[in-house]
Design a protein around this ligand. Structure first.
Ligand code: HEC
Ligand code: HEC
Length: 412
């Protein structure tokens, strides 16, 4: 019935206009309220214990002062302390560089350290899981060697205690260099260029295997972050970090609690934690990678009953055999993460955003994961800000051309 004379459509439009006006008013008042809060100086202690932080709260992020950041242990890397039996020298590092790039330092003469630690790929190999020595496929991600001289324990689960010891595993281990030490020495001794340099550096008549390892460690100790935006910021250059990165820094040290484990100049506590990293499909579907995991742990004396039952990398547990250490890995440094993806011991995350989203969910679903991990309630903007901060921990690319190597000669 159209008895009123006013078409229904008019009522409808009047309703829409009224509704829109009410919503706009509400929106404006809400906006004003938010702006007010933003102007308030909310004084939250820089590292509030995670339990006291309100997940999901849209509170403005407190940016710690440089003094606070230094008190938290953040700042530039200190000078490297080399072991007493391997004092640093330029000539030794130069020799180490030759050896690092020399394919003859592997069993089949085709693989060098630089094959899996390539300068152009952040000194890793760019793959989720590492290549492995020809005929094998590694079950872990190839780590960067940038800043590795700062670690007191090397490898994803800290299995090696020094760069020198690590270099021995790398050169002789069946999954990496697969070279017998005696063979290494005989090869070096038949390269007059090396005989000469070893003599100059170590005073020996014939190159020795242990000295080769020392030289490699000495070279690695020269591959260090430089010109890192966050370091410049700490030096007083406000412009070194974008506004997003500064917000990310506030989250890193506050609401997101990253600094609980990624602490100190290296952004690693060098401790071991289980974050519940999800399985890597490439490992799950590749027998060669599974063989490598089992082989490696068998070779390290892990009981057969243990390594044959494992369907994943148990990390620190293989060393300690303590149930409570299952799934624990060494906290990696966050320096240079902008050039070292994919991430985690099994390379399961391709991007930094994926890593931050993983932490936002409270880590993986391993029931025995670290108690420090809990859902963070980050907004998309906050996730982006954290990623920006992580990028600001990355310095200049360290590009070193493969050097010209001295050649074999026949015996006189
Ligand atoms: C076939 C690939 C491959 C080759 C060749 C290789 N590595 Fe590695 N490297 C890896 C992988 C994979 C890891 C991590 C292994 C683990 O955690 O068990 C690693 C780890 C390291 C680390 C530990 C870094 C850290 O943060 O703890 C250093 C240092 C290193 N390699 C140096 C070397 C040196 C020196 C050589 C040559 C003598 C070498 N690597 C040869 C794949 C390789
Ligand atoms: C409970 C300690 C802990 C906390 C808290 C923590 N991490 Fe980690 N982080 C680790 C450990 C351990 C690994 C290595 C895990 C693995 O490979 O299984 C890691 C790995 C990473 C990596 C990968 C690095 C690489 O080279 O592959 C990034 C990036 C990272 N964390 C960023 C963060 C950020 C950002 C936060 C805060 C949101 C955070 N972490 C909080 C312990 C922690």
């Amino acid at each position: 019935m159209r008895d009123s004379g006013i078409p229904g459509i008019v009522y409808f439009f009047a309703g829409v206009v009224f509704f829109a006006a009410v919503m706009a008013a509400l929106f404006i008042s809400e906006k004003t309220r938010q702006d007010d809060t933003a102007q308030e100086e909310v004084q939250v202690p820089a590292t509030l214990p995670p339990s006291q932080q309100e997940a999901g709260a849209e509170a403005p992020v407190t940016i710690p002062s440089r003094e606070d950041l230094r008190a938290m242990g953040l700042g530039p890397l200190p000078p490297i302390g080399m072991p007493a039996d391997n004092p640093q020298s330029e000539a030794k590092a130069e020799l180490g560089k030759l050896l690092f790039f020399d394919n003859r330092m592997s069993g089949d003469g085709l693989v060098s350290c630089a094959t899996c630690h390539a300068p152009g790929l952040g000194w890793g190999d760019g793959n989720a899981l590492s290549l492995g020595y020809p005929g094998t496929m590694h079950w872990r991600n190839s780590q960067t060697i940038i800043n590795s001289a700062y670690y007191t324990q090397l490898f994803w689960a800290g299995e090696s205690k020094s760069l020198e010891v690590q270099a021995k595993s790398a050169m002789t281990g069946n999954l990496a260099g697969n070279l017998d030490p005696a063979m290494a020495e005989e090869r070096l001794r038949q390269i007059p260029g090396y005989v000469q340099i070893f003599k100059e550096v170590f005073g020996t008549d014939a190159p020795g295997f242990g000295d080769a390892l020392r030289a490699i460690a000495s070279f690695e100790a020269t591959i260090i972050s430089s010109n890192v935006p966050f370091d410049r910021y700490m030096d007083g250059d406000d412009a070194a970090l974008s506004e997003e990165a500064v917000q990310g820094l506030g989250l890193f040290t506050g609401k997101a609690g990253c600094i609980e484990c990624h602490s100190g100049p290296l952004l690693s506590d060098q401790g071991f934690h289980n974050t519940g990293v999800p399985p890597q499909p490439e490992f799950e579907s590749n027998p060669l990678r599974q063989i490598s995991l089992r082989y490696q742990h068998r070779a390290r004396g892990v009981p057969e009953s243990v390594y044959r039952e494992a369907d994943r990398d148990l990390g620190l547990y293989y060393t300690t055999k303590l149930d409570s250490d299952k799934g624990k890995f060494r906290t990696p440094s966050l320096r240079e993460v902008g050039q070292t993806g994919p991430y985690m011991h099994n390379g399961v995350f391709k991007t930094l955003a994926e890593v931050v989203e993983f932490y936002d969910r409270g880590g993986g679903d391993d029931p025995s994961k670290d108690a420090l991990l809990r859902p963070l309630g980050l907004t998309q903007q906050e996730i982006g800000n954290l990623v920006e901060f992580l990028r600001a921990l990355t310095g200049d690319q360290i590009i070193i051309e493969a050097p010209t190597l001295p050649e074999y000669e026949v015996l006189p």
